[in-house]
Design a binder for this molecule. Structure first.
Ligand code: GLY
Length: 323
């Protein structure tokens, strides 16, 4: 979806009446938290089509792990999505560098970071989890491993992202943009029919970041955390703020202590508000507990999440600290 269309879609869906996108019919309930019957999937931002890819697997009785990988892959392959995978905005030197992680219901985790030239970092992260004794591979090592697993090298810098980067270089003014194109990282958590939880997180990171910069998304506990006894959480927005508070782990631990997903996401945002400069950044948390109850909270207005369950699709407008 082109960026302007994405923005239009977001406006219409959140504030308008129902509409249809591809095969997914939408209702436009404005809610801040909800409960889903199982199976179910949620993802950060307006990622209904990624949820649909995950749902195809969940609705056939497939695992949450397969579902979140499929959902993340959908966004990674979309050249019009400039925050994730192929078509992602490059760093300041013109390199598209990708971060991703995945976690299953057994607490297994895999992650890749600063990965270049491979379109599906989420699948490489899964291979790290399943085929190596490690949790995380970075840079050249991650790329070598991906190639050894049959992934192929591709140019991920699209003409559109290259053009924007060339424009940016005229000023080289580095300013994180809040809610860039109403999107950022995709974080996804699914619960399958058996009640098992898995999560995935994938991003091209901050546009025009320093070469070598790594954000929260590939860091287990920062961009994503899953505990099958409790629930799962994912983060989006300014990775540095999430890293300094290990946000997704915090959300899950707060749920373990009895907070609802909504309360836990709010408290994790408040930790940033209390200790960090928050005025010019966005961070959003999204969580689901073992029962399928969802919640989210963000620093700035404009964050939404998409949910898909047996009751259909929803795009949920998220409460924020800044009104
Ligand atoms: N949340 C994505 C990043 O900061 O890289």
């Amino acid at each position: 979806m082109k960026n302007h269309k994405r923005r239009e879609f977001l406006k219409t869906t959140v504030f308008g009446s129902g509409l249809v996108l591809g095969s997914c019919s939408f209702t436009s309930n404005i809610k801040h938290s909800k409960k889903e019957d199982l199976p179910m999937v949620i993802s950060t931002w307006n990622n209904a089509r990624a949820n649909a890819a995950a749902w195809e697997i969940l609705s056939r009785g497939g695992t949450a792990l397969d579902a979140v990988e499929a959902g993340a892959r959908f966004v990674e392959a979309d050249p019009d999505d400039q925050s994730v995978g192929y078509g992602g905005r490059p760093d300041r030197d013109g390199h598209v560098t990708l971060d991703a992680c995945i976690m299953d219901h057994l607490g297994n985790a895999g992650s890749v970071s600063f990965l270049q030239g491979i379109k599906h970092p989420i699948s490489v992260a899964r291979k790290v989890m399943e085929k190596t004794p490690h949790v995380m591979l970075v840079g050249e090592g991650a790329q070598q491993f991906a190639l050894s697993e049959g992934f192929r090298l591709e140019n991920l810098l699209t003409e559109n992202s290259k053009k924007e980067w060339t424009e940016w270089k005229k000023t080289s003014d580095y300013k994180p943009i809040i809610n860039i194109e109403s999107h950022d990282t995709i974080g996804m958590v699914a619960i399958d029919k058996k009640g098992d939880i898995a999560g995935a997180c994938t991003t091209s990171g901050l546009a025009y970041k320093m070469h070598g910069r790594v954000g929260d998304s590939p860091i287990i506990g920062a961009g994503l955390f899953v505990d099958n006894e409790v629930g799962g959480a994912a983060a989006t927005g300014m990775g540095e703020a999430v890293l300094k508070s290990l946000g997704s782990f915090l959300v899950v631990e707060l749920m373990r202590q009895g907070m609802s997903p909504q309360e836990a996401c709010k408290e994790a945002v408040m930790r940033i508000i209390r200790k960090q400069e928050y005025q010019n950044i966005q961070v959003g948390y999204l969580a689901v507990d073992k029962q399928g109850q969802c919640g989210a909270f963000s620093i700035q207005p404009g964050f939404v999440y998409a949910s898909k369950g047996t009751g259909g699709n929803e795009l949920v407008d998220v409460l924020s600290y800044v009104k």
